[in-house]
Design a protein around this ligand. Structure first.
Ligand code: SAM
Length: 314
């Protein structure tokens, strides 16, 4: 088999790039205030990012998503998107909390951005603040509207927490139907130093699904593309919803992703702390380095990881 294939035969097509470990929100499930972030001086430059992606693209990676931390905190975000936009990737996307993204969207789209994953865990301002420690959910909804006006494909990621926002699943289903977006419910993962104490907030996808069905919403299962993290449904009202059930229905068997940290460490998995710095690697060293990282890709889902999501890049 040609291209990037791991020892289990999983073909790698996707790369998640963390542009920074810093964030302008302080979501309790994601990171602690004291989480150490790679300093801006350590960040890969736009040229370095594009060079690494070009090498991976030559080996078959055709879908790249920029994340973090909060990628809009990078002052050179436009240049990064523009450089990646020139690589003719099949999909170039960004994951953002949407607070600063709205005004940047037209230029990012012109530079080659195809799609947007927005994170919004509550439609209620008080709950939103409880989860994020700050921020205005109204701004996220404005960004969503702007992105739709520009014709960008939008997916809204919602982590449901027991006793905090799990009663909002239906409101999010209605939002998916009204706004023509995909809403994806994420299970709270065992990631970060507080994963054990946060376990009490975990809501399995099956429970959310049952709650939505019991409310009378008709759901038709959609075909799940190979390597997709979510399983999705079309709702009776014409909306599209999905579930990223990393805990109860892990998708490691078809995982098609690698991850690159803000400082240039290539990683095999969201749930593994180890990785290899590929910064400044000569072309001749590249094949062996990538093969090593691929050999670390877990077969079964690791139980937990203590490193916060904000450091790994969600
Ligand atoms: N700052 C950007 C954003 O907010 O979308 C990108 C990074 S953030 C880490 C990406 C997503 O990961 C957010 O939706 C966040 O809620 C989610 N996330 C963080 N920690 C998580 C955990 N332990 N389990 C599930 N999702 C988590």
């Amino acid at each position: 088999m040609s291209g990037l294939v791991d020892p289990q035969g999983r073909r790698i097509r996707k790369l998640r790039i963390s542009l920074t470990e810093s964030c302008n929100l302080h979501c309790f499930h994601c990171h602690r205030e004291d989480a150490l972030a790679a300093a801006p001086a350590d960040w890969l430059s736009p040229e370095e990012i594009a060079a690494i992606v070009a090498r991976l693209a030559a080996q078959g990676v055709d879908q790249v998503r920029l994340t973090g931390g909060e990628p809009t905190l990078r002052p050179d975000l436009h240049e990064i998107v523009a450089r990646l936009g020139r690589l003719s990737l099949r999909r170039l996307g960004i994951t953002s909390n949407g607070l600063l993204l709205g005004p940047l969207l037209p230029a990012l789209q012109a530079a080659g951005l195809h799609n947007l994953n927005l994170s919004l865990d509550s439609l209620d301002p008080v709950r939103f603040e409880r989860i994020t420690g700050a921020g205005e959910q109204g701004r996220v909804l404005e960004t969503l509207a702007q992105a739709r006006e520009l014709g960008l494909e939008v997916k809204l990621n919602v982590v449901l927490f027991r006793g905090i926002n799990d009663d909002e699943a239906l409101a999010f289903v209605e939002l998916a139907e009204r706004r023509g977006i995909v809403v994806r419910f994420l299970e709270l993962m065992r990631i970060g130093p507080d994963h054990e104490q946060n376990r009490r907030y975990y809501v399995p996808a099956a429970e959310t699904l049952a709650r939505i069905r019991q409310a009378g919403v008709r759901l038709r299962a959609l075909r799940r593309p190979t390597g997709a993290t979510a399983f999705e449904y079309r709702t009776g009202g014409g909306g599209r919803i999905g579930f990223i059930a990393s805990e109860s229905r892990p998708f490691c068997a078809t995982c098609s992703r690698l991850r690159l940290s803000a400082a240039g460490v290539l990683r095999s998995c969201l749930m593994r702390e180890d990785g290899l710095s590929v910064r400044g690697l000569a072309a001749a060293e590249w094949p062996e380095a990538v093969a090593r990282v691929l050999s670390w890709k877990p077969v079964l889902r690791p139980g937990h990881v203590d490193q916060p999501m904000v450091r790994i890049g969600g």
